[in-house]
Design a protein around this ligand. Structure first.
Ligand SMILES: Nc1ncnc2c1ncn2[C@@H]1O[C@H](COP(=O)(O)OP(=O)(O)OP(=O)(O)O)[C@@H](O)[C@H]1O
Ligand SMILES: [Mg+2]
Length: 391
C-alpha cells in the first residue's frame, strides 16, 4: 500500500508541482490549501507524512504543527516544513513547534524525494517497516503516579510489572523519569540512559526498531525494561513530551502490558502520557497534606482528557500509626475510594534492594506480595474499562 503524503500549501502551483513529483515516486497525495483544511485532512486521512508550508493566510505552519503535536492521535506524524523563508530563526521556530525536517523553496526535486524517503524510513511508516498491529492489538497501558514524590511509585510500578510478567504476559516497564530514573539502580544494572537516548531523538526517529535496541530484560522476573538514567544532565528531557508520547505509543505495539513509572505530579510528559493509560494507579499515604494533593490531581484529570473512572488509588502506608489519618477519613479527604493498601515493609524493601530483585520475587508469600498481586488483578489482568488507544 502506498504511503500517504499530505501537502499543505496556499500556493496552488507548488501544490501541483510537489504533488506531481511525489506521485511519480508512487506516493498517494492528499492536498490542502489552508492550515485549517490541513488539520482536518490530517484527522480524516491519517497521512504517513505531512509537507507543510509556513506562510498561509489563515494559520501559519508553525501553529498547524503545534496543534498536530498536541493531538493524541496525530502527534506522531512526521512533518517537513516547506517554505520560502530562509531565516535561521524560522528554522528554530519550526523545530521548536515540533517539525522533523525543514526545506526551503525552491527545492530540487531529487532533494525533496530523498528527504521524504529518509523521514518515512526513520518514522517506520514505510510499508515494509509499518507495524502490523491494529490499534486493538496494542498493549494494555498502566500508569503509576505518586500524589507527591517518594511515596513508592517506582517500587509499585516495578512490582506490578513483575506480577504481570510472572502471570505470563509479555510486559514492558518503562521508567519515564529522565534524569531521575531509579529502576536501573534498584535492579543492579549500570546506569542505563535508554529512555534518555530515545527522548533525545526527533519524534519520527522513535520507531519500534529504535526502541527494541534499548530494551533490557531482567532475567529473574522476565520483565522487559526501558530504563531512565539518574544523571542530572538528562533532567531537561522531562520536557520532551511529544517524544515521550511517541515512545509510549510505539512501545505499546511491542508488548501485551506496558507499565509506566510516571513519578509524581502533572509534568509535561505526564500530561501527554496519562490520557494514553487504560488504567492508572494514584499513590497516596494516610497524611492530610498528601491526600489533599491527591484530591487536586483527581479533580484536574478531566482537564487533560482523562476519565477519573480509570484511576485506582493505592495507599502506601509507611506512616507511624499514631500519626495516620483513618481510612474512611482518607477517602473523604480524597473524594475517591481507596482500592487497596500496600503495607510498610522496610526490611523486605532493604533485602530486595540488596539482592537487586523486586520485593514480590524476594518474598512471594509476604503480605505485600498479596497486596500487589491483588492490585495487579484489578489494573493489569482485570483489564476493566475501555482502551484509551482505541477510542
Ligand atoms: N511498601 C514499602 N515499604 C517500605 N519501604 C518502601 C515501600 N515502598 C517503597 N519503599 C521504599 O521507599 C523508598 C522510595 O521508594 P520509590 O523510589 O519507589 O519512591 P518514588 O515514589 O518512586 O520516589 P521518587 O518520587 O523519587 O521517584 C525506597 O527506598 C523504597 O525501597
Ligand atoms: Mg521513582
Amino acid at each position: 500500500m502506498a504511503e500517504k503524503i499530505l501537502i499543505v500549501d496556499d500556493d496552488l502551483d507548488t501544490l501541483k508541482l510537489v504533488g506531481l513529483i511525489l506521485q511519480r515516486q508512487g506516493y498517494e497525495i492528499i492536498a490542502a490549501n489552508t492550515g485549517s483544511q490541513g488539520l482536518a485532512k490530517a484527522a480524516s486521512d491519517r497521512p504517513d507524512l505531512i509537507l507543510l508550508d509556513v506562510m498561509m493566510p489563515d494559520m501559519e505552519g508553525f501553529e498547524v504543527t503545534r496543534r498536530l503535536r498536541a493531538s493524541p492521535d496525530l502527534g506522531h506524524i512526521p512533518i517537513i516544513m516547506f517554505t520560502a523563508k530562509t531565516m535561521v530563526d524560522d528554522k528554530v521556530t519550526g523545530f521548536e513547534a515540533g517539525a522533523d525536517d525543514y526545506m526551503t523553496k525552491p527545492t530540487h526535486p531529487a532533494e525533496l524525494v530523498s528527504r521524504v524517503k529518509a523521514l518515512l524510513a526513520r518514522s517506520g511508516a514505510s510499508a515494509a517497516a509499518r507495524p502490523s498491529a491494529a490499534p486493538t492489538e496494542r498493549a494494555h497501558i498502566v500508569g503509576v503516579l505518586g500524589a507527591k514524590g517518594g511515596l513508592g511509585a517506582s517500587t509499585l510500578a516495578l512490582n506490578l510489572g513483575t506480577a504481570s510478567a510472572q502471570a505470563g504476559e509479555d510486559t514492558v516497564l518503562c521508567d519515564l523519569r529522565p534524569g531521575q530514573g531509579t529502576l536501573s539502580l534498584q535492579l543492579g544494572f549500570t546506569q542505563s540512559p535508554a529512555v534518555g537516548l530515545l527522548l533525545s531523538k526527533s519524534v519520527g526517529e522513535i520507531t519500534t526498531r529504535a526502541i527494541e535496541t534499548q530494551i533490557t530484560t531482567h532475567a529473574r522476573s522476565g520483565l522487559r525494561l526501558l530504563m531512565s538514567s539518574p544523571l542530572p544532565s538528562e533532567a531537561s528531557l522531562a520536557s520532551a513530551a511529544a517524544q515521550a508520547e511517541q515512545l509510549v505509543r510505539q512501545t505499546a505495539t511491542m508488548c501485551k502490558v506496558l507499565v509506566l513509572d510516571l513519578g509524581a505530579g502533572f509534568t509535561d510528559i505526564n500530561k501527554k502520557v496519562l490520557p494514553l493509560c487504560d488504567r492508572f494507579v494514584l499513590i497516596v499515604e494516610p497524611v492530610r497534606l498528601t491526600l489533599t494533593m491527591g484530591k487536586a490531581i483527581l479533580s484536574s484529570l478531566e482537564t487533560i482528557g482523562l476519565n477519573p473512572a480509570r484511576v485506582d488509588v493505592a495507599m502506601v502506608n509507611r506512616v507511624r500509626s499514631s500519626l495516620q489519618v483513618a481510612w474512611q477519613q482518607a477517602e473523604q479527604l480524597l473524594g475517591h475510594n481507596i482500592a487497596t493498601v500496600i503495607t510498610s515493609a522496610p526490611e523486605l524493601a532493604y533485602q530486595a534492594a540488596e539482592a537487586c530483585v523486586p520485593m514480590t520475587i524476594m518474598q512471594p508469600d509476604s503480605l505485600l506480595t498479596d497486596q500487589v498481586n491483588k492490585l495487579a488483578e484489578i489494573v493489569v489482568q482485570g483489564k476493566r474499562g475501555g482502551s484509551a488507544l482505541t477510542t
